[in-house]
Design a protein around this ligand. Sequence first.
Ligand SMILES: [Zn+2]
Length: 165
Amino acid sequence: MPIDGLVMVARELIGEEAVRLIQILSEQDETTDDELIAKTGLKLNNLRKLLYQLFEQSLVSYRRVRDKDAGWFKYYWRINKTGLIILLNAKKKKILFKLKERLSYETENQFFSCASCGTRFTFEDAIETNFHCPTCAGRLDSVNNEDTVFILKLKIAELEKNLAE
Ligand SMILES: [Zn+2]
């Protein structure tokens, strides 16, 4: 179970309180509202709000059972592994798209950098300023970006492999 991924997504989408809930939910298969209240100290309203947010993001699911004595429903919460995987994959695809965009930018351009302040320019920008930095007037030298391209290709391959698994 990729609990780290889940924690990351929960923190990003909902916040620290959601992270605490996820951690508690991951300790056992199913957890009731009462147990969650006892373990977090949250008020029922706040707990429900958080659980609803997690549910909306497909990070948790529930089943409910009517309590015959009390007459109301009892909720059993669990982590939604499928939802999490879908969410993580969507995130990875977004990153992959950005990496590919960056790779095209790196391979389709020729770069120059300022010998004094290190700012990087494309060939088109460098030619406009006659190969002098517009900020500090330093000389613009041609940059070898093979390392950047190599790392980008590596990361893209890694992510693609990871998504295919
Ligand atoms: Zn400069």
